[in-house]
Design a binder for this molecule. Structure first.
Ligand SMILES: Cc1cc2nc3c(=O)[nH]c(=O)nc-3n(C[C@H](O)[C@H](O)[C@H](O)COP(=O)(O)OP(=O)(O)OC[C@H]3O[C@@H](n4cnc5c(N)ncnc54)[C@H](O)[C@@H]3O)c2cc1C
Length: 520
């Protein structure tokens, strides 16, 4: 008996899973995940991503076993794996979610498409975000997003799993060799698995969602900017959305339900959840940019900025940044926190990119590849759009420069954050902590901590270096041809979102009450 093949990608769940549901409606199904050697060789991938996926697949395996099935892990390039499976037991259709990934997955999906055509297989791809494939312009985008989020969650009927011929049940080696999730082994070359990172799987994701909706959202407004409060105040859902342990639609709908049943006295939580909802909209808004223009992963969104930073990359500066040795305590503490936990809040991510792009004058691409390996929640669409926006190469956003000394004064007033991640600096008094190189010799011997010996001087003088960089950027920005080039970027990538005012507070339509912020 033939079957439908369900290819799990960055959608590691059973709930609200269009590919699984639609395949199941058409007959017996077989579920696979493919470990692609070439994908794991890309510069934007790390061991932490592999381990997170493994944990999520173990959780998925439990969910599928409860329904009488399993997920097969195949190792190989996708078209090779499909060929082997096909030769052993041909399938009728291939089902997966659309992926807005990196250059590698984009080309791979084109190959898969060709393979399907040559085997007369229909490849059904389903949207899992509010992202529109083949979008001509942004005019209808917000309405499409809203429609996607308001649609009912896909309900999974009873599944009939395909049984390999002659065996009566799924077994290893029955038709093509495969592994179970617990047998997965990370490729030897992969590095970086932060000890304090979030763990994978839908069961954990649901707990994180629940604790945020019911409690932690209380601190969202006012708590998300400081790296001290952000780890609890932020939802921490990014990685579960990136790997699809949760669907964004179920998060939007659960948030909206929570908003609708909230008593008036819960105003702090309400404003927190409203602000959070805007971020869920930004999520898809940014991914749409990469979907519409895959090249923004490797070339400037506005080509008028080509050549600006490409030819002056300073490896010493880059190494100092990666090692947490820039000499700016707030920057170095963020790098260490990121290394240990795989996560940073938005403001501190923006500050790291700003320091790289302005005082250090580093091109966003190598910086972005490095940060992608550090962020457990690496989502190419958000990541590359943000890298370009924070580096000033979109041509349409205001120049964003975050001074790390001011950020420290504003968001770590008493120095708890810097002292936590840079313990060797604990004895430095508050008034010198964020600019320790200003300590006099007496002050240094008083605390027994010495400039150059115990911590480095800043690698550049920040005010002068930042001003020089901004001047260079603005000189390009003011060129008439660069000004003229803005229109096509605006047409393609900017939101036409309108602030929706809430007419009826009892309005039941999910997502209808969105207060969308236009800060993009
Ligand atoms: C340089 C840079 C790179 C980034 N790279 C990524 C990335 O690879 N993956 C990623 O998920 N986020 C990325 N972000 C956006 C943001 O920093 C993270 O989404 C957020 O810190 C994740 O924590 P959270 O889930 O607790 O966020 P919350 O504040 O609770 O937000 C909820 C969700 O909204 C989305 N979101 C939040 N902020 C943004 C934003 N500014 N733009 C788009 N979507 C947003 C995320 O899906 C997030 O999970 C990046 C930001 C910057 C400045």
């Amino acid at each position: 008996m033939s079957y439908q093949l369900v290819w799990f990608k960055r959608d590691l769940r059973c709930e609200d899973h269009a590919a699984l549901v639609e395949a199941t409606k058409q007959g017996p199904i077989r579920c696979i995940y493919i470990l692609e050697p070439t994908l794991w060789m890309q510069p934007d991938i790390a061991l932490q991503h592999f381990e997170f996926i493994r944990e999520s697949l173990q959780d998925l395996e439990i969910q599928l076993r409860l329904r009488g099935g399993a997920v097969e892990i195949h190792v190989g390039e996708v078209t090779e794996v499909l060929t082997k499976i096909w030769q052993a037991s041909p399938f009728q259709g291939l089902h997966s979610h659309q992926e807005t990934g990196n250059k590698f997955t984009y080309s791979r999906d084109r190959e898969v498409n060709k393979w399907c055509q040559s085997h007369s297989i229909h490849w059904a791809e389903y949207a899992q975000f509010g992202v529109t494939r083949g979008l001509k312009n942004r005019n209808e985008w917000q309405a499409n997003w809203q429609k996607h989020m308001e649609a009912p969650l896909c309900e999974l009927p009873a599944i009939q799993f395909w049984a390999a011929p002659h065996s009566g049940k799924l077994t290893r080696n029955s038709s093509a060799h495969y592994l179970t999730p617990s047998m997965m082994q990370a490729p030897m070359h992969l590095k970086h698995n932060p000890p304090l990172r979030q763990r994978g799987g839908r069961s954990i994701a649901l707990k994180v969602l629940n604790s945020f909706l019911k409690q932690r959202s209380m601190h969202y407004r006012g708590g998300i900017s400081s790296p001290l409060t952000a780890p609890d105040a932020c939802s921490r859902l990014s990685v579960y959305l990136s790997y699809g342990c949760l669907s964004i639609r179920e998060v939007v709908q659960a948030t909206n339900e929570e908003l609708l049943k909230m008593p008036p006295e819960a105003s702090r939580r309400k404003s927190g959840l409203t602000a959070f909802m805007s971020r869920l909209y930004w999520h898809c808004h940014f991914i749409q940019k990469l979907e519409s223009e895959p090249a923004i992963e490797w070339q400037n969104m506005h080509r008028g900025y080509d050549g600006l930073r490409e030819h002056e990359f300073n490896d010493d500066y880059f190494n100092a940044l990666k090692d947490g040795r820039t000499g700016w305590p707030m920057v170095d503490a963020c790098v260490i926190m990121l290394r240990e936990t795989g996560w940073l809040n938005f403001r501190m991510r923006a500050m790291l990119v700003s320091v790289a792009a302005y005082p250090l004058w580093l091109h966003w691409k190598p910086v972005g590849d490095w940060l992608a390996t550090q962020f457990l929640d690496y989502e190419p669409g958000i990541h590359w759009s943000q890298l370009q926006m924070q580096s000033g190469t979109t041509g349409i956003n205001v120049t964003r420069v975050y001074n790390p000394i001011k950020q420290a004064q504003d968001h770590d007033r008493k120095g708890f954050f810097v002292r936590k991640w840079l313990p060797h600096m604990r004895q430095i008094p508050n008034e010198r902590l964020f600019e320790p190189w200003k300590m006099t010799h007496e002050e240094q011997s008083g605390v027994g901590i010495y400039v150059d010996k115990d911590f480095p001087q800043p690698i550049v003088e920040i005010t002068i270096a930042t001003k020089k960089s901004k001047d260079r950027l603005h000189a390009v920005r003011n060129l008439s041809e660069v000004q003229a080039g803005k229109k096509s970027v605006i047409d393609k990538h900017t939101s036409r979102a309108k602030r929706t005012t809430r007419k009826n507070p009892k309005d039941k339509a999910p997502a209808a009450n969105l207060q969308l912020s236009l800060e993009f």
